[in-house]
Design a binder for this molecule. Sequence first.
Ligand code: GDP
Length: 428
Amino acid sequence: MRCGPGTAPYEKSLRQLKSGDGAAAADGDAGCRYLVSISYNRGLGNRVIAIVSAFLYAVLTERALLVAPYNGDVAALFCEPFPGTTWLLPDGRRFPLRRLRDLAGKSRESLGTLLKSNAGGNGTSSWSGRPPPYVYLNLDGSADYHDKLFYCDEQQRLLRGVPWLLMKTDSYLVPGLFLVPSLRGELERMFPEKDAVFHHLSRYLLHPANAVWHAITAYHRDHLAGAGQLVGIQIRVYHEETPPVSQVVLDQVLSCARRENLLPDAGTTTNTSSSHQAVLVTSLSSWYYEKIRDELGGGVHQPSHEGLQRMGDTAHDMRALSEMYLLSTCDALLTTGFSTFGYVAQGLAGERPWLMPRRPVWDKEPATEVPEPPCARAASPEPCFHSPSYYDCAARRNYEDIGKAVPYIRRCEDVSWGIQLVNGSSHW
Ligand code: GDP
C-alpha cells in the first residue's frame, strides 16, 4: 500500500527508472523496491506457479509485487489480493520499460549477462559503480548457469541494491529459494509444513474473480455437491489425440484407477444416496470423458472440452481456472505427470495425487504401451520445479545429489531432473 502504483514513492521510483538512476532509488527515503513478474505466452498453470513464486520472493526480499499482465487476463481471472492498492503493473506509456516480454537470457540487462560480462564488479560480489536501476531475471526453462547464479547468496546480496527486478519464469521456483542459504531460515520458519507451501501461498494470494467463482460454485452445486466421494481425473492432451494414442492413455487412466480402487463400480455412480461416488474429468478432449462415462454407466462430469490449448484467450483461461478449482474440491486426484495444470489443482487441494507418468510434450513419439506401474502416489502436493540450479554455491561445485541437499527436498517422481518440497520433518 505504501509503495503501490499511484503513491508518491512509486512515482518517484518511476522517475528514477526513467532517468536510469539506480542507486538513488535504492537509497531513497521511502525505500520502495519492486519485483515485476512478467507474464508471457505460457499456459495458465505455468503462469500461476510463476506468480506464486514471484510473490514469495517479493515477501522474502521486501519488495512490492507487480504483475505485468498478459493480454489483460490477470485482472479478469483474479481479484486484487492486497487491499487499498493494485498488483497490476500499470500498462501503457507511463511505464518506462517497454516490451518486457522481449527480454530474454541474452538481454544486456539480464543478471546472467551482467555476471558474464563482469559488469557486476570484480568477481561478482559488488557492482562496479552504482547498482543498475533494474535487472532482468531470466529464470524460465532457458536459464543457463549464469542466470541461475540468482540462487546464490552472493548474487542475492547484489540484487538487494537494485530498485526494480523484472522476473520472467514459467516455473515453480520455490524449492530453489529454499536452497539459498540466506533465505532458508526465514522460509523454514514461515512454513513448518514443507509440503504445504504452495497450498498456503495460493490460497492466500489467489482469489478467482467473481465471474470465475460463480462458474465454479454453480458447476459444483449442479453436478458435484451431492456426491459422497468425488474423484478428479486430469488428462493432459497435447495434440489432437485419437486412437490408438488416446486408447493407451485411457487404458493408463483406467488401469491406475482400478488398481488404486479410485473408481466406483459400474452402475453405482448413478445411485442417489449420499454415499455415491462421482467423477470429474478435465481434459481438452471429450473422448476420454465419453469412454469413462460408458465404462461407469453415468456419474461422470466434464465441464468443458476446449479442443486445443489457446493463448491469450481470456474466456478459455477462465474455464481452465474454474477446472483447476473444481479439481481441488475432489477427495482423490489422478493427474497427468509433467503438467502444471495438474500441479495447481493438487496444490490448491493440498492433496497428494496419483500421478500418471507421461512423456514430455517435446517427445514426438507417443507412448504405445501403458507404463508399469500406470501411476504412483506423489510424495507431496507440491508442484515440481522443472529447472533448478544444480550448483551448490557455498561448495562452488555442483551438488552430488540435489535431491539430498536438505531433508525436505527430493527429486520429483514425474520429472527426474526436477525437485520438489516434501514433508521432511520426520528426518529431523
Ligand atoms: P501444462 O502445459 O500441462 O503444464 O499446463 P498449463 O496450464 O500451463 O497449460 C495448458 C493450457 O491448456 C491450460 O492453461 C488451458 O488453457 C489448456 N488446458 C489443458 N488442459 C485443460 C483442461 O483439462 N481443461 C481446460 N479447460 N483447459 C485445459
